[in-house]
Design a binder for this molecule. Structure first.
Ligand code: EPZ
Length: 430
């Protein structure tokens, strides 16, 4: 069984470089098939979800060339099918972006329903409603999203709820539709803006991404481009929490500090010191933490994807902290795992009630999903003794070279596969 073995207790110190944004890359890779010319995309994170997306592009017939670990060239002119039924695709979430991209370009799509982390019911009704508003038929049939249209026509779409996935997907479908589309109550996350910027660099006409209303004027074709994906807000935020929880001093490089504001303000509030530079941010944690309250919200609010990680830090704060999860109904599964490490917290509905403890103590835990898995690693780094984290395939979906990057900051963490590996690790760190 593949696990992370972590010996905690040492502050993280040094510099770490953040990679490209996974959730932007998922949208951008699907969007790339809409051009009949070669697009070159840089700063693509090297993650298992990305490999699945690249595999799907190949299945569709697109030419995919990896120039190097983080750069890929895609040419969609050879796409010969609009069906994606491979089971591998229902392991990830971003596969639904192929629906918007194929429908937008070819007028039809049949894609297996997405999977991704089990953090709530995660319906796709808003996506389907948007496609229908553009004039397509859109049904769920045999666990596939099936969409068809003679001609897509721009429309005025009011989103009933703020959804990152639906906003991006409708944007993809509308980019080549005839006329003007307005997406109201759109998601404003940095990755929504990045996908819009990528599409614009291919000749699309999208205005207002990053605000509540996105305006799209349909264009006939999209052309070649050379684009670099933004840094990953959540990877950066996770390292900020790791620096805080271990009482460390870390310079996190290649970030957009503006995207981290909600995270920065919470860390300042609980007593960390933060220095912002143009494209890096330094987190210094030397004092006891104050307790606080955190409520997740769509951007620019506190990200649901950072909620488990800040819970780890607040588990070490003086007094009672409260976390309210408002986006997904099942995102507190980490609470029981942290309790195994000595945390004093409980989940009541969508609220985590946290009484701070002095320190965590090492133990065996299981990652319930991607961000919760990363949070358990952070907890292990701040715990006394050795922590073993299993089901790390979740973590690997979102963090490139996580153990390596943490080791460069002085962490003692290793990927172990056998009992012998674990014994060796324990001997080495004792
Ligand atoms: C994206 O998921 C991210 N995934 C998630 O990151 C992230 O947690 C989430 O946005 C919120 O920021 C990707 O980008 C691939 P939503 P997504 O649509 O698009 C409801 C991670 O750890 N909703 O913004 O699936 C939904 O149930 C992952 O990297 C509908 O009701 O999230 C939720 O309550 C986990 N109907 C809310 O909207 C719909 O049709 C927001 O979900 C769509 C969504």
């Amino acid at each position: 069984m593949r696990q992370y073995a972590v010996k905690g207790g040492a502050p993280l110190v040094g510099e770490v470089e953040i990679g490209g944004a996974k959730n932007a890359a998922l949208g951008i890779l699907a969007a790339a098939l809409m051009a009949d010319e070669t697009v070159e995309i840089e700063n693509v994170p090297d993650l298992s979800d990305i490999d699945v997306m690249l595999g799907a592009l190949k299945t569709l017939g697109a030419r995919v060339d990896k120039v190097n670990r983080h750069t890929v060239r895609i040419n969609g002119s050879t796409v010969h099918t609009t069906s994606l039924l491979d089971d591998a695709l229902n392991k990830i979430r971003g596969s639904y972006y192929f629906v918007g991209a194929l429908l937008g370009k070819y007028g039809k799509a049949e894609v297996i329903l997405p999977g991704g982390c089990s953090i709530g019911s995660r319906p796709v009704d808003l996506h389907m409603k948007g496609f229908r508003a553009l004039g397509a038929t859109a049904e769920i049939d045999h666990a596939c999203m099936v969409c068809d249209s003679e001609k897509l026509t721009g429309s005025h779409i009011f989103m009933d709820g703020v959804s990152v996935g639906a906003t991006i997907n409708i944007m993809l479908a509308a980019v080549m539709a005839e006329g003007q589309t307005y997406i109201e109550n759109a998601a404003k996350e940095p990755h929504v803006v990045d996908v819009a910027n990528f599409l614009n660099s291919m000749g699309a006409s999208i205005k207002g991404a990053g605000t509540d209303v996105i305006r799209i004027k349909g264009v006939e074709r999209l052309h070649a481009t050379h684009y670099s994906i933004i840094p990953d807000q959540i990877e950066a935020g996770t390292f900020m929490m790791a620096a805080a929880a271990t009482k460390g001093d870390v310079l996190i490089k290649n970030v957009i500090p503006k995207h981290l504001e909600s995270i920065t303000s919470k860390l300042l509030e609980i007593g960390c010191e933060i220095e912002e530079f143009d494209d890096s941010i330094r987190v210094v944690s030397s004092k006891p933490f104050f307790h606080t309250q955190v409520k997740t919200a769509p951007y620019p609010g506190f990200p649901t994807d950072m909620q488990p990680q800040i819970a780890v830090v607040l588990g070490l704060a003086e007094g009672t902290s409260i976390i309210t999860e408002t986006i997904f109904e099942n995102r507190l599964k980490y609470v029981d795992e942290l309790v195994r490490l000595g945390a004093n917290m409980r989940a009541e509905g969508n609220t985590a009630i946290i009484e701070g403890v002095q320190r965590y103590s090492g133990g065996n835990v299981t990652a319930p999903d991607l961000r919760a898995g990363a949070a358990l690693v952070v907890a292990g780094l701040s715990a006394e003794g050795v922590t073993l984290i299993s089901d790390i395939h979740y973590v690997e979906r979102g963090y490139e070279d996580f153990p390596e990057k943490l080791r460069s900051l002085g962490a003692q963490i290793e990927l172990v596969e056998t009992d012998k590996d674990i014994q060796r690790f324990k001997l080495r760190v004792s």
